[in-house]
Every structure is written in structure tokens, then in C-alpha cells.
Design a protein around this ligand. Structure first.
Ligand code: CP
Length: 327
């Protein structure tokens, strides 16, 4: 059985295979009826123990666009409140009959535990500060469509990942995906927001954004994760913004075709100025849109969808012919 838990160790061919399928699903999503019958009869469960807007809703939309059913678990109104364990929660939900679990959890490694207990494929929707593989795939798709077209990797692209890298599962997943696809990655952060040890990471580091800005093709801005302690390790948000914020002035100093990305949620006025967030060179909403197509590709591959059904329109219900006085 195949899971998607991490981008660490993923081969370039596997990443490209997800991106190639996602490209096809971008076309499906642009149709007047953005739906194919590829996963009819399957059920996808979303178990989100941490808040989410983008990941949870886009998995839901992706499943429905493939004609799968969805069930959703809300921890705040569940029997977790009565003391039920994660294991019993997973086994209980699985016993209702489902085909794939997407799990987000604040504890690093929780999706691996869920995968050990469950008998269906598991997708990591984000675990602690560890991994967020579908975010890395959607970011890679966004960069490839912007710079490379519809095939291949990100060879030669220079990407700066800026900000709270220490607490970022997005950074950890992106680093592996971007470099597997041939990009060069520079981490830009104050020492207190870098991991204690980056030995073995396929990156270089820079202490100031202004030093590397003119060389970058993409500036990937991260949110300061106050909920994980990220805001307590520098003097003030104003000081952080002055050194690491993606300001309107820094946008002007980028290469003309360079882009700005952000996984969301953005904190305008801290790591990114409103003028940058709303600029056409900021791809944040392209990332969100591509997230649906990428998650369709992931569900399709892990659930073994039929190729022919991945592009075939869903059948419209036959028009009812009224006969002999029937109302
Ligand atoms: N980027 C991301 O994971 O956003 P959500 O927390 O809204 O899912």
C-alpha cells in the first residue's frame, strides 16, 4: 500500500509523475463541469487535529472533483473530548468504511502512527514542524508552470526560502522537492529562526535578504509561527520586517521575472507587505488553485484511479421523457 508522508527521499521521477497528473487535472478544473468519474465509489476522510483553511478544503474539493465521497472529522466536537485516543479514533472512523485518510496533527510523526494502524493509504496533511508534502508538490507545480512549462523539473532555478524555517514543515518539504527537481535553495533567516543543525541539508544559508535578493528567481516567504514560539526569538515585528520582510521596496529590487510565493496564511505587514501580497508577481492564489489539482493527483494515484476516467466527463443524468399524461 502506498502512502504520501514526506518528500524526504522522494525520487525526481515520482515528484514529476504527481506534477504531470496535476497538470492534466488543472485542465479538468478549467472545464464548465470540473468533475471526472475517476474515484466514484471511494470515500476520503479528512482528520485535521490542527486548524486549516487551504489544505482541508482543497482535499475536500479534490475528492469531489474525482467523484469520491468525503467525510470530515472535527476534533472540537468529537469523542476526543471524552478521552478517546488517536488510535481508537482512527480505527473507529476506518470501521465506518473509507478508502484513504488525510491527517494533520500537531505532533511530529503522527501520520506515520496513523499509517501503521490503518489499513488504507494515508496522506500527511502537515505534522508539527516536520513535513507537509502536498504543499511542496503544489509549490513545485506552481513554479514549473511559471518557469518551465508542463514537463520536467526546476533545473537551475534559484529559490530563497525566507523567515521562520526552524518551525516550518513547509520549508522542510519544499527543500527536498525543489532540490530533487534541480533547483538551488538558499535559506534566509536570523540564526534564531534556523534549525540548530542543517548539516546534510542540500542548501546554502544567508543572513540577510538584501544580499541574495537580486539573484533569486523566487522568494518563498514564510509566516512567523507565533503559535510554535517563532515570534519570541527576535526583538520586534518591526525589526523583523526591516531585515526579512518582503516589502514593496524589495519587490522593486527583484529580477523582472522573479516571483514571490507564500504557503498561507499570510500575516500582512509582518513577513509580507500588503502591496506585495496583492501584486501580480505574488503567486499565492495560483498556489491555492494548483493545490486542488495536486491533491487530485495524489488521491488519484494512491487510490489507483483508472486513467481513462481521469479525463472523461461525468455523465449527465439522462433526461426524463414524459409519456402519456405522466406528471
Ligand atoms: N498552507 C497551508 O497548509 O494552509 P492551511 O493551514 O490553511 O491548510
Amino acid at each position: 500500500m502506498r502512502h504520501l508522508l514526506t518528500t524526504e527521499g522522494m525520487a525526481r521521477a515520482e515528484i514529476e509523475s504527481y506534477l504531470d497528473d496535476a497538470d492534466e487535472f488543472v485542465d479538468v478544473l478549467a472545464r464548465p463541469i470540473p468533475k471526472v468519474p475517476a474515484l466514484r465509489g471511494k470515500t476520503v476522510a479528512t482528520l485535521f487535529f490542527e486548524p486549516s483553511t487551504r489544505t482541508k478544503m482543497s482535499f475536500d474539493k479534490a475528492a469531489k472533483a474525482l467523484s469520491a465521497d468525503t467525510v470530515s472529522f472535527s476534533p472540537g466536537t468529537s469523542s476526543l473530548k471524552k478521552g478517546e485516543s488517536l488510535k481508537d479514533t482512527v480505527l473507529t472512523i476506518e470501521a465506518m468504511g473509507l478508502d484513504l485518510i488525510v491527517v494533520r496533527h500537531e505532533a511530529t510523526g503522527a501520520p506515520w502512527r496513523v499509517a501503521a494502524w490503518a489499513s488504507v493509504p494515508v496522506v500527511n496533511g502537515g505534522d508539527g514542524a516536520h513535513q507537509h508534502p502536498t504543499q511542496a508538490l503544489l509549490d513545485s507545480l506552481t513554479l514549473r508552470r511559471r518557469f518551465g512549462g508542463r514537463r520536467g523539473g526546476l533545473d537551475g532555478l534559484r529559490i530563497g526560502i525566507v523567515g521562520d524555517i526552524r518551525h516550518s514543515r513547509v520549508a522542510r518539504s519544499d527543500i527536498h522537492a525543489f532540490t530533487a527537481l534541480g533547483a538551488d535553495v538558499t535559506l534566509v533567516a536570523p540564526p534564531t529562526l534556523l534549525p540548530l543543525d542543517t548539516t546534510g541539508w542540500p542548501v546554502v544559508t544567508a543572513g540577510t535578504l538584501d544580499d541574495v535578493l537580486p539573484e533569486l528567481d523566487a522568494v518563498y516567504v514564510l509566516r512567523v509561527q507565533a503559535e510554535r514560539g517563532g515570534a519570541s526569538v527576535f526583538p520586534s515585528f518591526a525589526e523583523y520586517r526591516s531585515r526579512f520582510g518582503m516589502t514593496a521596496d524589495r519587490l522593486r529590487r527583484l529580477k523582472p521575472d522573479a516571483v514571490v510565493m507564500h504557503p498561507g496564511p499570510m500575516i500582512r505587514g509582518v513577513e509580507i507587505d500588503a502591496a506585495v501580497a496583492d501584486d501580480p508577481r505574488c503567486l499565492v492564489l495560483d498556489q491555492v488553485a494548483n493545490g486542488v489539482a495536486v491533491r487530485m493527483a495524489v488521491l488519484f494515484q494512491l487510490l489507483g484511479g483508472t486513467r481513462g476516467d481521469a479525463s472523461r466527463p461525468v455523465e449527465r443524468p439522462a433526461e426524463r421523457v414524459l409519456v402519456g399524461g405522466e406528471q
